[in-house]
Ligand binder design. Structure first.
Ligand code: UTP
Ligand code: MG
Length: 574
C-alpha cells in the first residue's frame, strides 16, 4: 500500500478540490431537512403560504447546487483515479521490462499481466469509491449526528444502540470476506495462465487432440474462480439485508418515541420528519463507509501484488561505475563459470572455461538439455553466474553496462520471437538507424531475400503475432537478418539453423563466413553445422567434456566420437 501512495502525490490538488466540493455539497444536503422541518412546523402549522413557497424555492436551489457540486466531484474523482492507474501501469511496465529472466521466471508472465491490468483496475475502482464515498461519509456522519443531537437529544439516544450493532455486523462480515478477496486474485492469475497457455499452444493442443483436456483444465480453473466468487458474494450479500433490518428498526423506534413526544407536545411533527432524514443520512454514511471498507481489502490484496513487483530488485543491475575502457577486440573468455537456476539443486553449467579468439568461430555441441542455451545466456548476461566470470573484450561483463555489452552482440535466439509489424520493422529492431539497402543486404546474407521478394509486399509484408504467417525456417532467417543488420563484433547463433534444410543451411553458413567479419559462437546439434569451426566445445550435462577442432576431437574425444558415430548412422555427416 505504501509503495503506491507516492503515486497519489501528484494529484494532491485535485484531491483537495474533491474534498472541498464534498464539504460544500454535504453542507447543502444537511441544511435541506432543517428547511423541511421549518416548512412543516412554521409554514404548514401557521398556513403561511408565501413562507412555504420561499423556503421551497430555497430547497430546490440547494438541491440543484448540490447536484452541480456532485458532478464536479465525480469529474475530478475519475480524473484522479484514471490518471493514478495510468501512472502505476507505466511504472510497473517499465519495472518489468528491466527485470532479468530470474525475476520473470519467479513471478510468471501470466501473473505479471494480471498485475499490470486487472490488479491496477481494481485499485483504480477502489480509489474512485474512496474518493467519492469515504470522504463524503465521515462528513455526513459527523454533520448528521451533530444536527440530530442539536435537534432532538432524547431521540438521538436511539443511535447509541443502533450504531454499535451496525458496526458489529459490518466488522463481522468484512472480516470473513477479506481473505477471500486475495484468493480471488490468485484464481484470476490461474485463469489467465490457462487461457494464455491454451491460446499460445493452440496448434499443439489440436495436433495432439487435447482440446477436451484443455477444456477440462479451463473448466476446473473457471469453476474454482466461480466458487470463490460465489462464496465472497454470499458473505457480502448478508451485509445489506442486515443493515436494512437495523435501519428499519431504528426508523420504527424514532417514529414510535417521536409520536409519544408529539402527543406530549414536546416535539413538532416537522422536527421528527427532519430527524428521520438525518437518521437516514447517518445510516447512509455508515453504508458508504462499509462499502469503502469492503473495497479496501480487495485493493490491499491487489496493492500487495503490485508492490511486490515494484519492490523487486532486478538481480542483474548495471554497475554504478562502468568500465570506460572499450576496445573492439572481439574476444570472449569464460573463467570457471558455474550456474544454477533459482531453486534448482544441481548446477546446469559447471566450471566451464574457454576462450573465443577474435574473428574465430567457436561451436558449442551437446545433446538436448546439456546447458548450451544457458551458457549463451550467461554470455549475454541474462543471468549472472553463481561462480566464475565472463569477460568480453577483456572486461568482466558485470563491470560494463548491459546496453554496452548487448550492443556488441548480434544474438539469434533458439526460440525465434518476431513482433507484429512489417518485415522491415522487425529487421530494424536490430538497429533503428539502418538504410533500406542495409536491410536488403542483411536479408541477402541471411538467405531470406528470396522468400521476402516472393511476398506481394516485399519487406513491407506484415508479420502476424509471433510470426504465425511465416514458416519456421523463414522466421529463423529473419531472426538472423535482424542480428546481421546490427553489424556487431560478436555473433551468437543458438541452434539457429535447425529449421533450415541442409542445402540452405550450407549456403547460409558459407555466406556468413564470407560476409561476417566477426567473432562467432554457434550452438548446434548437427556435426555438419559445426565441424568447420576453429574450436568446438563439447558439453555434456553442463560439464565441458571436450575442446578442440573437429579433427582433434574426432581422434581423442570419446563423447564427440559417439555423437559423430550416431549422426553418421543417420547419414547426417556430409
Ligand atoms: P538449456 O536450455 O541450457 O539446454 O537447459 P540446451 O543445451 O540449450 O538444450 P537444447 O538443445 O536447446 O534442447 C539446460 C537445463 O537447464 C534447465 C533445463 O531443464 C535443462 O535441463 N533449465 C533451463 C531450467 O531449469 N530453467 C530454465 O529456465 C531453462
Ligand atoms: Mg537450447
Amino acid at each position: 500500500m505504501k509503495t503506491l501512495l507516492i503515486f497519489i502525490k501528484p494529484y494532491r490538488w485535485p484531491i483537495l478540490g474533491i474534498l472541498g466540493l464534498t464539504l460544500v455539497g454535504i453542507m447543502f444536503e444537511l441544511y435541506i431537512p432543517t428547511l423541511m422541518a421549518n416548512v412543516v412546523d412554521i409554514g404548514i402549522v401557521n398556513s403561511d403560504i408565501p413562507y412555504i413557497i420561499k423556503t421551497g424555492i430555497w430547497m430546490i436551489l440547494l438541491s440543484l447546487m448540490s447536484i452541480v457540486v456532485a458532478i464536479g466531484g465525480i469529474y475530478l474523482t475519475s480524473k484522479v483515479a484514471a490518471g493514478f492507474a495510468r501512472d502505476v501501469r507505466l511504472k510497473l511496465f517499465v519495472k518489468v521490462e528491466g527485470f532479468s529472466l530470474e525475476e520473470l521466471d519467479r513471478v510468471g508472465t501470466a501473473s505479471l499481466i494480471t498485475r499490470t491490468t486487472n490488479d491496477i483496475k481494481q485499485i483504480q475502482e477502489v480509489l474512485s469509491i474512496i474518493l467519492g464515498m469515504a470522504t463524503r461519509a465521515p462528513l455526513m456522519l459527523v454533520g448528521g449526528i451533530f444536527l440530530a443531537i442539536m435537534m432532538e437529544p432524547k431521540l438521538s439516544l436511539i443511535f447509541i444502540i443502533a450504531l454499535p450493532v451496525l458496526v458489529l455486523v459490518i466488522v463481522l462480515i468484512i472480516k470473513k470476506a477479506i481473505p477471500l478477496f486475495s484468493t480471488i486474485q490468485k484464481k484470476t492469475d490461474r485463469l489467465n495462465l490457462v487461457i494464455r497457455e491454451s491460446l499460445t499452444g493452440i496448434r499443439v493442443i489440436r495436433a495432439f487432440n487435447q482440446v477436451s483436456h484443455e477444456k477440462k483444465r479451463f473448466d476446473v480453473a473457471n469453476e474454482d474462480f466461480r466458487d470463490t466468487a460465489i462464496r465472497v458474494n454470499k458473505i457480502m450479500a448478508l451485509l445489506f439485508p442486515f443493515m436494512g433490518i437495523i435501519i428499519s428498526f431504528s426508523n420504527v423506534a424514532i417514529v414510535w418515541f417521536g409520536a409519544i413526544q408529539i402527543e406530549q407536545g414536546v416535539l413538532q411533527v416537522g422536527n421528527m420528519m427532519a430527524f428521520l432524514q438525518y437518521a437516514l443520512m447517518i445510516f447512509m454514511a455508515f453504508i458508504m463507509l462499509s462499502i469503502a471498507f469492503m473495497m479496501i481489502p480487495r485493493a490491499q490484496a491487489s496493492a500487495k501484488r503490485i508492490g511486490e513487483v515494484l519492490q523487486m530488485e532486478a538481480t542483474i543491475k548495471d554497475p554504478l561505475k562502468t568500465n570506460g575502457h572499450v576496445n573492439q577486440e572481439g574476444r570472449i573468455q569464460l573463467e570457471n563459470v558455474t550456474y544454477r537456476y533459482d531453486g534448482a539443486e544441481k548446477p546446469v553449467i559447471e566450471n566451464i572455461s574457454f576462450e573465443v579468439e577474435p574473428g574465430q568461430t567457436t561451436a558449442i555441441l551437446g545433446s538436448t538439455g546439456a546447458g548450451k542455451t544457458t551458457l549463451i545466456q550467461l554470455i549475454l548476461r541474462f543471468y549472472d553466474p553463481v561462480d566464475g566470470r565472463v569477460l568480453v573484450d577483456g572486461i568482466d561483463i558485470r563491470k560494463m553496462s548491459q546496453k554496452k555489452l548487448r550492443e556488441k552482440i548480434g544474438y539469434v535466439p533458439q526460440k525465434v520471437s518476431l513482433f507484429t509489424g512489417t518485415i522491415e520493422e522487425n529487421i530494424r529492431f536490430g538497429k533503428t538507424d539502418v538504410t533500406k539497402e542495409e536491410i536488403i543486404q542483411a536479408l541477402e546474407v541471411a538467405h531470406a531475400i528470396d522468400f521476402v521478394h516472393e511476398k506481394e509486399n516485399g519487406i513491407k509484408t506484415m508479420i502476424d503475432q509471433a510470426g504465425s504467417n511465416l514458416s519456421g525456417g523463414q522466421k529463423q532467417r529473419l531472426s538472423i537478418a535482424r542480428a546481421i543488420v546490427r553489424n556487431p563484433g560478436f555473433y551468437i547463433f543458438d541452434d539457429s539453423f535447425s529449421a533450415l534444410d541442409y542445402k540452405t543451411e550450407a549456403r547460409l553458413r558459407q555466406m556468413l563466413k564470407e560476409k561476417l567479419n566477426a567473432t562467432i559462437i554457434v550452438v548446434g546439434q548437427r556435426i555438419s553445422s559445426i565441424k568447420d569451426a576453429n574450436q568446438i566445445i563439447v558439453l555434456d550435462e553442463g560439464k565441458m567434456v571436450g575442446k578442440g577442432t573437429h579433427e582433434f576431437l574426432l581422434e581423442t574425444n570419446k563423447v564427440y566420437q559417439e555423437i559423430v558415430y550416431s549422426q553418421s548412422m543417420e547419414g547426417e555427416v556430409s
